[in-house]
Every structure is written in structure tokens, then in C-alpha cells.
Write a protein that binds this ligand. Structure first.
Ligand code: SAM
Length: 280
């Protein structure tokens, strides 16, 4: 069957290069090139951007990103078995695909990228969450990326986009929503992947805001939020005990009742509390 880039269908690529899925690397591949092109389009206009792709595997999403017009793609893949398949893609798009065989948690991609930069990935969930937290907590804001388009376990996607009062609301929602605009843009059933994972997935698109929604010191905000949600069932006057003297006064000055629980406190209130804590 002909494909848009003249390369073989992904099932053939996997058979030719012996890319049997390894569970330890979280390998659940997307084999439908229409779907990978759709995910690539969700990353926005890439024609003037370098795209950082983590975990290209046999290259389904990579092919989508290139076919949809990414200026350049830098792909970081841990599994050396994927290198020949990715080299075949690079040959079809001369000068537009660079592949690094390495661990995305250790490789610094910035030397290989020219801004503006977008990030796209279908990653194992544990690596995805760790990278997301790193990308959301750089030393300087705005970050190196304009947008992140990332596949997550559906439950994690819901934690990223959750509103106060919901069960999924917590640290990840506050971190993601303080300086970015996260949205679930696509939901996928397990059968979209080969092999099918146990759970459903969702693509989250996050756009970096030029500045935080509300002023706060990142380290203080992170500490307050971590403490508050560590004991999410407790009232804040108990969960935050020992954080600062006059805790209850500072909570009230931030518009928070000392008897409130973390899961009902808004981002704006947490930022006010971080400012009140820092002032002390
Ligand atoms: N992007 C491909 C797709 O959509 O079909 C593959 C997705 S599969 C869920 C995750 C990919 O990430 C695998 O190819 C795996 O080898 C790779 N991977 C796992 N851990 C990694 C890490 N720490 N750094 C880079 N790649 C990693």
C-alpha cells in the first residue's frame, strides 16, 4: 500500500527491522499514519519551528510531523534497534530529521535546536510526566518551548487539566496551569496502539504563556502546593502547619479559610498564599 512519503507502512517497517515491542521501554506504537498526521497537526503550525520529538520508535509520529511541514525534527530515542528505520525517514527528508540515540532524561537537546521550538511526543507515561514537570519548571520563563503536544494516560491528562473541586485536581494541574494553557485535544482508545495498553490515552496540548497568570516565586509556590496536597484530605491549617508563623492570618489574607482543603483552593489563591508566605 502506498504511503504519503513513499516509505513502507509501519507494520512492514516493524517487521523488516525486528522492532517487537519491549514492555520495559513502554513501547506501544501508533501504526496508523492518518492518526499520526492528525496528532502532528494538533501541534500547530510547525513550518517555522524546530520540533523536538521524544521516543520516535519506528517513526509513525516523526513521519506525521515531517509530512505536516515541520521545519526540522530532532528525535531522541533510547532504543538503538529503531535507528535504521529512522535513518530511512531522514533519507526521504534531507536535512530535516536529526536522530539522537539516547535517554531523553539525560540528553540536553537545546544545542541541537533553533528557536522557535515545539515539542511533540508519544512517550511511556512515567518518562512523559517527569519530562513535563521539567519542562514546566525551568529556571527562566518563558521556557525554550512554545508548545508541548504530549500523549498521556487519560487519567494523567485529566490531572493536568483539572479544575479545583475535582478529584484529579492537584500539583500537576497547578504547575501546568500557572504558566501554560493545557487542553485535552484528542482521546484515544487502547486499540489505537500496537500492542494495546490497558488504559485509554489522551493528547494534551500546552501553550506556554508569556508570563505566569499570577505572580509568585516558583520555589515558594511549589513548596506550598506540595505541602498542601501531601495531605489533601486535611484542612490547610493542619496540612501547612509549621510552614510559617501566623499561618492562619496569612491564609485569610490570601482569601483562603484555614478550614479549606487543598482541593478547593484556586490557582489564584495558591499564588496569593505563596506571596504571603514569601513576605514573611
Ligand atoms: N512515537 C512512537 C509511536 O507513536 O508509535 C513510539 C511511542 S512508544 C509509546 C514510546 C517510545 O519512547 C518507544 O520507542 C521507546 O523506546 C521510547 N523511549 C522510552 N523511554 C525513553 C527515554 N527515556 N528516552 C527516549 N526514548 C524513550
Amino acid at each position: 500500500m502506498a504511503t504519503i512519503d513513499g516509505l513502507p507502512p509501519l507494520r512492514d517497517v516493524i517487521a523488516t527491522h525486528g522492532l517487537s515491542a519491549k514492555k520495559a521501554l513502554g513501547q506501544n506504537f501508533l501504526l496508523d499514519l492518518n492518526l499520526t498526521a492528525k496528532i502532528a497537526r494538533l501541534a500547530g503550525d510547525m513550518s517555522a519551528c524546530d520540533v523536538l520529538e521524544i521516543g520516535p520508535g519506528p517513526g509513525g509520529l516523526t513521519r506525521g510531523l515531517l509530512a505536516e511541514g515541520a521545519r526540522r525534527v530532532l528525535a531522541i530515542e533510547k532504543d538503538a534497534r529503531c535507528m535504521p528505520a529512522l535513518a530511512e525517514i531522514a533519507a526521504v527528508y534531507p536535512g530535516r530529521l536529526e536522530v539522537i540515540n539516547g535517554d531523553a532524561l539525560e540528553v540536553d537537546p537545546l544545542a541541537h535546536l533553533t528557536p522557535p521550538i515545539r515539542v511533540a511526543a508519544n512517550l511511556p507515561y512515567n518518562v512523559g510526566t517527569e519530562l513535563l514537570v521539567r519542562w514546566l519548571t525551568p529556571a527562566e520563563w518563558p521556557p525554550f518551548w512554545e508548545s508541548l503536544t504530549l500523549m498521556f494516560q487519560k487519567e494523567v491528562a485529566e490531572r493536568i487539566t483539572a479544575a479545583p473541586g475535582s478529584k484529579a485536581y492537584g500539583r500537576l494541574a497547578l504547575l501546568a496551569q500557572w504558566r501554560a494553557d493545557p487542553r485535552i485535544v484528542l482521546s484515544l482508545p487502547p486499540e489505537a496502539f500496537t500492542p494495546a495498553p490497558k488504559v485509554s490515552s489522551a493528547v494534551v496540548h500546552l501553550t506556554a504563556l508569556p508570563a505566569p497568570r499570577f505572580e509568585a516565586d516558583p520555589k515558594v509556590l511549589e513548596r506550598v502546593v506540595a505541602m498542601a496536597f501531601n495531605q489533601r484530605r486535611k484542612m490547610l491549617r493542619a496540612a501547612l502547619k509549621g510552614l510559617v508563623p501566623d499561618l492562619e492570618d496569612r491564609l485569610i489574607a490570601s482569601g483562603i479559610e484555614p478550614t479549606d482543603r487543598a482541593e478547593t483552593v484556586s490557582l489564584e489563591q495558591f499564588c496569593a498564599l505563596a506571596r504571603a508566605v514569601k513576605a514573611g
